[in-house]
Design a protein around this ligand. Structure first.
Ligand code: ZN
Ligand code: ZN
Length: 147
């Protein structure tokens, strides 16, 4: 592989480049696969076609989180997935709590339950769209989201 910072050939097992001292995998100026200079901001290498952006291992999927928010957002599923536990629990309590309340009160609370669930659904829907649009682009630990 090649240093992404200076383009010199380096040992794949090396943690840092012996030429420039940059950690391997860091830098955006050269292709790690073929060592060719990259266009600034290029997503793939024009010489060998390899993706230049290193995907962070364990990165949460933006697509999955967005879709979870849109379809199951009322129950906070997307926030559980991303690790925003506080928000997730709040959404789950709103929806599940109101359903529970309806059961306990033998349906009396059912008058307001649909509105609470609707509100939580809209909240989840908006967050799902924000995730897909990149307005929310980190998980609960501050790690960037993957595709
Ligand atoms: Zn280097
Ligand atoms: Zn290349």
């Amino acid at each position: 592989m090649f240093c992404k910072h200076c383009g010199k050939n380096i040992d794949p097992k090396a943690a840092v480049c012996v030429t420039c001292g940059a950690p391997t995998g860091c830098g955006e100026r050269f292709c790690a696969n073929c060592g060719c200079p990259l266009q600034p901001g290029a997503a793939i290498c024009m010489s060998c076609g390899v993706a230049t952006k290193t995907v962070v291992p364990g990165a949460k999927s933006k697509m999955a989180a967005g879709l979870l928010g849109i379809f199951l957002g009322a129950f906070g599923v997307h926030n559980f997935y991303l690790g925003y536990i506080g928000k997730a629990v709040t959404q789950l309590c709103l929806s599940a709590g109101s359903i529970l309340l309806t059961i306990i009160t033998c349906g009396v609370a059912g008058v307001i339950t649909p509105f609470i669930i609707l509100g939580a659904s809209i909240w989840g829907l908006i967050e799902g769209i924000m995730i897909l649009c990149g307005n929310i682009n980190t998980d609960g630990n501050g790690n960037p989201l993957g595709e």
